[in-house]
Design a protein around this ligand. Structure first.
Ligand SMILES: Nc1ncnc2c1ncn2[C@@H]1O[C@H](COP(=O)(O)OP(=O)(O)O)[C@@H](O)[C@H]1O
Ligand SMILES: [Mg+2]
Length: 253
């Protein structure tokens, strides 16, 4: 079953064409990695897929509904969430508060956020539960901005998970994380998705060990076009695409 789809999406920045007719579908239960060199259009694609940027032409649909221009909270309630909003929006909040904001956003309490926060035992428990899943349980009272970079990134991802979306998009979730820790982060993501009932993960990722190790499908972008959309095994059998998209790094994977 298709959850998220892009149909012939073009995105221009002025006269520059960043996405040049991208069509793809994301099904329930898939872990999809978007790869490609810098400037390929990966972040633009994530922004278009999550309604942040309207495509210049083409369509983006989530569960059959046009998502262009929907704000992140409404999208999350529909079941589509992404990392990287809340930590940056509320730098003064603690880890627990950051996660509680996401929990409350999901429960439609956004308007009376802080009034309801104090009263809501269940909210704090749930925030603590998500923190636990992401190894942040010891940091609950700490201001988010004082976390080390890797933990900030985790908190950012954890906030998106706390929205309990069906589909989650992560733009480079392990950037700034040491190579040694990347596998630990991915293991946490996969386990958290399973525990929270998140059906599909779409991530932008550079590390080919991670990409080939965790993806059901890899979408390779190059100059705004989909060069390949295949399983890891299919991609690895295609020397030409491997060379174009991932170069030497992939051959080691
Ligand atoms: N806001 C913008 N205005 C103009 N050009 C942009 C903007 N954002 C991205 N671009 C350009 O679009 C191309 C794709 O960018 P991006 O989607 O960030 O690629 P990636 O994430 O794959 O590195 C790049 O050439 C980039 O310089
Ligand atoms: Mg990018």
């Amino acid at each position: 079953m298709t959850l998220l789809e892009a149909v012939e999406v073009r995105k221009f920045y002025g006269t520059f064409c960043a996405l040049d007719g991208v069509t793809l579908t994301i099904g329930r239960g898939q872990f999809v990695s978007i790869v490609g060199p810098n400037g390929a259009g990966k972040t633009t694609l994530v922004n278009v897929l999550t309604g942040l940027l309207a495509p210049t032409s083409g369509a983006v649909r989530f569960k059959g509904r046009d998502v262009a221009g929907l704000d992140p909270v409404r999208l999350a309630r529909l079941g589509l969430a992404r990392s990287f909003q809340l930590v940056h929006v509320f730098p003064g909040l603690t880890v627990a508060e950051t996660l509680a904001v996401a929990v409350l956003a999901r429960r439609r309490r956004g308007a009376r956020l802080f009034a309801s926060l104090a009263a809501e035992r269940a909210t704090w428990d749930e925030a603590a539960g998500v923190a636990e899943l992401f190894g942040l349980a010891d940091q609950l009272g700490r201001p988010a901005r004082t976390l080390p970079q890797g933990d900030k990134k985790l908190l950012d991802v954890a906030s998106a998970f706390a929205l309990h979306p069906e589909v989650i998009l992560l733009d480079e979730p392990t950037s700034g994380v040491s190579t040694a820790d990347k596998h630990a982060v991915m293991a946490v993501l996969v386990e958290a998705a399973r525990r929270l009932g998140i059906a599909s993960i779409i991530q932008v990722e550079h590390d080919m060990d991670i990409v080939f190790g965790y993806s059901d499908r890899i979408v390779a972008l190059h100059q705004g076009r989909v060069l390949a959309d295949a399983t890891p095994a299919e991609l690895q059998a295609n020397d030409e695409v491997m060379a174009t998209i991932v170069g030497r790094a992939a051959r080691r994977a």
